[in-house]
Design a protein around this ligand. Sequence first.
Ligand code: FAD
Length: 359
Amino acid sequence: MSEEKKPAPAAAGRGAAKKELSEHFKTYKDVWVFIEMERGKVHTVSWELLGEGRKLADKLGVQLAAVILGPPGNDLKQAISDAWSYGADLAYVVSEPLLKDYRNEPYSKALTDLVNTHKPEILLLGASTLGRDLAGSVATTLKTGLTADCTELAIDDDRCLAATRPTFGGTLLCTIFTLNFRPQMATIRPRVMAMPERRDAKPGRVIEFKLSMVEDDIVTKILDFVPDTSTEEAHLAYADIVVAGGLGMGNPGNFRLITDLAAVLGAEYGGSRPTIQKGWISADRQIGQTGKTIRPKLYIAAGISGAIQHRVGVEGADMILAINTDANAPIFEFAHYGLVGDATRILPALTKAFEARLA
Ligand code: FAD
């Protein structure tokens, strides 16, 4: 992590080295958010991070920049225009046909060259598949610190990024600082940060940047794009209503009661980690620290105790309804509504009631 590698201390000692370092850091400013665009569509996590980046930039008194890489065209123009609506002051744009499909080499090259040229103090990326791949290679190339999967970001009294994330199996939260290197990099999972309101905004400044790479420099070739249609994909992170079951459902057959209620409500369904480990539902439906973070308008949790690793993935929900036989279950400490009772009896009654109401 970031603190292992120290710069060589100046001959005059540690005090002088610290001063030298702080002078060096003054050349880095602004908060950057990488806008993840794949096949013409911006990942919503990018707008969530612009919302968070806005708060950090305001605290530091610096500008918020969107970094947009992609092929020339209307999608790129739309992404730039949306960036103003979600709070960016300026945009660094690399418009280049080679960036049509995500490949690590040209994207890493574009982003590291941009950072080395324009020197942001903070760089945020979504902890999506693409974002994780890119953040790792960019941080390694820049030899700076990267805190992955953050749940909270803040600025401390020394203007450093305080990046908080779970550790020790989610039993503790640790706050990590990148004290000796710049930029300070962090990835944040989708839905961890709230979506900012769109606002009417004047266009900001666009700084165009050229990718210094040609196709022959890139080892990876995209021959075709084949979407995976073999499995039904869960869209838990952005669902308005989620119904989930835990070990308290008793057996995989009873999980049908969860999917029945979800179907009536037009909801997505998911489960706690043990239900995935037991093979009751697929891994992409796990909710919690090592699964998906969700922020639905309504979350119904049946037979789930509410362990901390589950809680961190659901506490952004607007309303949580918990069903549990144990009135002292931890989930009742953060649920808005609670039903103490047997989920295998309550769920069918709820499904029936909603069916009648929504018919
Ligand atoms: P239990 O804790 O066994 O709870 C079952 C609940 O059902 C109990 O409260 C019981 O009172 C209730 N119950 C029993 N019968 C009924 C009934 N008939 N009707 C209603 N209620 C009933 N967990 C996650 O969920 N997501 C994660 O991402 C995650 N990541 C983890 C990462 C690490 C590193 C570790 C160590 C753990 C992680 N866990 C995660 C596991 C977590 O610690 C808990 O073990 C897990 O959430 C418990 O699942 P559960 O609530 O379904 O089961």
